[in-house]
Each structure stands twice: as structure tokens, then as C-alpha cells.
Unconditional design. Structure first.
Length: 153
């Protein structure tokens, strides 16, 4: 794992709602913990284990105050069946599966989740109208995170 990949992993972790994440690839292990990062002393460093030993990264930013939790969506939601990256469309150059206001039928694909290079289709649980898409394309989501709010028809 190179520095660019580690930085991208940290950015995705920071943008997600995950509290803890551990990634192991080849001889490299990266472990991120939101609670430990918030409690770290000023000037603390984050170490990434590599085959040649730990390599200190830049000092971790100290978070003065936790961000207020986002309000819970009102109404039924389609939730993530697994931890992964949310994709609204089948490919970057394709139209999204659904948009706000679309009427969908039970079993229709509404988005994709990518985990470990495998794509999993997420389907509508019933005939419904899409009210709100709660996550951004490419965002890392946790297990059972609300993805799409809907209204049954």
C-alpha cells in the first residue's frame, strides 16, 4: 500500500460514519479508530505498519469538538446490507439507477455497494417513490446505514 492509497483510505474513513476500520493488504495493516484519534494528544502521530517497520505519518489533526450527529431520516429507508462504497449508477458515465421522485417496483435495483472489489445490487423492498437519497456517490457507508428514504405506494 503506497502513501497515496493510505491518504485516500484516511479521507474516506473521515467522511464515513464508521468508528473503527482495519485494512490488511499484503504485508501492510492500517487500523483507524475515530475515538482514539479524537482523544490523541496534540502533535500525536499515526503509524502505518509496513514490511520494513512503522513509518510515522504527519501529525493527526486534533478535533476540538465532535460534529453534531446528522438528524435521523423521517420515514422508511433502504439500508446498506453491508459495509461498502455507495454508487448511484452502474458506471461513472451512466445515469443513476433512481432519482428523487422516481417510482420503483419491489426488487428493482436502486444502487450498488462495492465491497472488496465485488459489486452488490441493493433493491427496493416494495413498490415505492424515492423521497431522498441520503448519501453521496462514492461515499463509504456502514452496515445498516440509511441510503435512500422512500414512501410506499
Amino acid at each position: 500500500m503506497n502513501n497515496k492509497e493510505v491518504i485516500e483510505l484516511i479521507e474516506r474513513f473521515a467522511a464515513s460514519g464508521l468508528a473503527h476500520m482495519r485494512v490488511q493488504t499484503g504485508g501492510t495493516t492500517v487500523e483507524l479508530d475515530r475515538c482514539a484519534a479524537a482523544a490523541a494528544a496534540p502533535g500525536a502521530t499515526v503509524a502505518v505498519a509496513t514490511p520494513g517497520g512503522p513509518v510515522p505519518a504527519e501529525p493527526a489533526p486534533v478535533i476540538a469538538e465532535a460534529a453534531p450527529p446528522s438528524p435521523e431520516p423521517q420515514g422508511p429507508c433502504i439500508t446498506a446490507p453491508l459495509v461498502g462504497t455507495f454508487y448511484a449508477a452502474p458506471a461513472p458515465d451512466k445515469a443513476p439507477y433512481v432519482a428523487v421522485g422516481d417510482r420503483v417496483v419491489a426488487g428493482q435495483t436502486v444502487c450498488l455497494l462495492e465491497a472488496m472489489k465485488m459489486m452488490s445490487e441493493v433493491t427496493a423492498p416494495c413498490d415505492c417513490v424515492i423521497e431522498e437519497i441520503l448519501v453521496a456517490d462514492g461515499e463509504l457507508v456502514s452496515y445498516e446505514a440509511p441510503l435512500i428514504r422512500y414512501r410506499t405506494v
